[in-house]
Design a protein around this ligand. Structure first.
Ligand code: G3I
Length: 359
């Protein structure tokens, strides 16, 4: 990768951006600026499959740099939080469409696909669902009404859905979610049927993390998917989140991607980020070497994805846009830089890694 170093200007900007978040950044770090890129080079324009980002609606509304970057770089958008049950369905008979509608309108105005996330999850449950009292039939009706009201509202506007998210534990057992407790393990298949009834044209995905951890978890996921396919349950795709880390053994990524593709379904790398500080080192700083290593990891993942059959390439989505917006720093309370844009919305080496992955 060829680079030009705009040391003074960019190091000042990255230090100030990071210090806003209370993150200590190496003052000697020089962000490698990606050059030369022909005018007009963008991710969405350079990749042979959709390239998306999870977006935060608040930032989309209020941060002009973020909004401009989303318009420029991506052609597929996933709401990071705006379509989760706790956001969309805060009371039994109340739906809060505001942020999700804003995102969908923004996407339509800017010619972008919307991937809905997520209809059913064990997390992000509003308290009325957590505390719901009812027999099995009432719970089934709750689930069906929840799914069908949301899918119907966005019919024709949201192309695809994560129907069920994270149903399995890392050891391969079915997660003992409220849905399993109330409705039994086959609730998953019924979620897909309910979503399909509401919008037969929507592409329906099962989404989970940890395909790259090893065979145990991905095997149960793939068994579930193959079982649903064999029963004629309407499932179109498999979402592998890929919240991963720079020091993951690379063959684990290849195994995850190729085994998912063996289902014959569409494959979505649905929440990609490559953490650089998986050991939670509070004093870690972003060095050029670390940023370059990350670029190679993005390259590897994109290349492995680009090798699956074209018809199965639903796309790759990163989980948010820049290092200032990532869930990782807040969730793990550590400095980290997992995304292809730095905190000032400048391209990192990872950006070039993504482009190089399809060369
Ligand atoms: O908006 C409220 C704010 O009003 C309140 O003051 C604050 C106090 O905690 O919470 C805010 O909500 C937070 C929300 O993010 C918006 O920032 C929630 O607490 C917090 O739990 C929520 O975290 C999200 C998490 O999912 C749980 O829904 C992350 O942003 C989001 O990145 C993360 O995304 C998940 C995917 O959906 C599924 N796969 C894993 C991925 C990462 O965890």
């Amino acid at each position: 990768m060829k680079k030009i170093f705009f040391a003074a200007m960019l190091s000042v900007s990255i230090v100030s951006a990071c210090s806003k978040r209370g993150v200590t950044t190496d003052p000697t770090y020089v962000p490698p600026f990606i050059q030369p890129l022909a005018a007009g080079v963008t991710l969405q324009g350079s990749l042979p499959f959709p390239f998306g980002a999870a977006v935060n609606v608040n930032l989309l509304k209020n941060n002009t740099a973020y909004r401009a970057l989303v318009i420029k770089e991506y052609n597929s958008l996933t709401p990071e939080n705006a379509m989760k049950p706790a956001t969309l369905h805060p009371q039994e008979n109340t739906y809060n469409w505001d942020d999700a509608d804003y995102l969908v309108d923004f996407a339509r105005q800017n010619n972008k696909r919307v991937h809905g996330h997520t209809l059913v999850w064990y997390k992000s449950l509003p308290s009325w669902i957590k505390n719901y009292q009812g027999n099995t039939a009432a719970w089934e009706n709750l689930l069906k009404t929840h799914i069908q009201t949301i899918v119907t509202h966005f019919k024709g506007k949201v192309a695809s859905w994560d129907v069920v998210n994270e149903a399995f534990e890392d050891d391969g057992t079915l997660r003992n979610s409220i849905w399993v407790q109330k409705l039994g393990p086959d609730y998953i298949a019924r979620c897909f049927q309910y979503a399909h009834e509401a919008d037969p044209d929507a592409q329906l995905f099962y989404n989970d993390f940890g395909h790259e951890y090893g065979a145990t978890k991905r095997t149960v996921i793939l068994n579930l998917i193959n079982n649903m396919k064999s029963r004629g349950i309407p499932i179109n795709g498999i979402g592998m989140q890929m919240h991963t880390r720079y020091n993951m053994t690379e063959s684990n990524w290849t195994a995850a991607i190729t085994t998912a593709a063996q289902t014959g379904l569409k494959v979505h790398i649905s929440e990609l980020d490559v953490a650089l500080n998986p050991d939670n080192n509070q004093n870690l700083t972003l060095t050029t070497a670390l940023a370059e290593t990350q670029a190679q990891k993005y390259l590897f993942i994109v290349k492995a994805y680009n090798a699956i059959p074209k018809a199965q390439q639903f796309g790759i989505t990163t989980w948010n846009v820049s290092d200032a917006d990532t869930w990782i720093t807040g969730n793990y309370n550590r400095p980290d830089w997992p995304l292809p844009f730095d905190s000032n919305y400048n391209r990192k080496p990872a950006y070039q890694g993504i482009l190089d992955g399809v060369k």
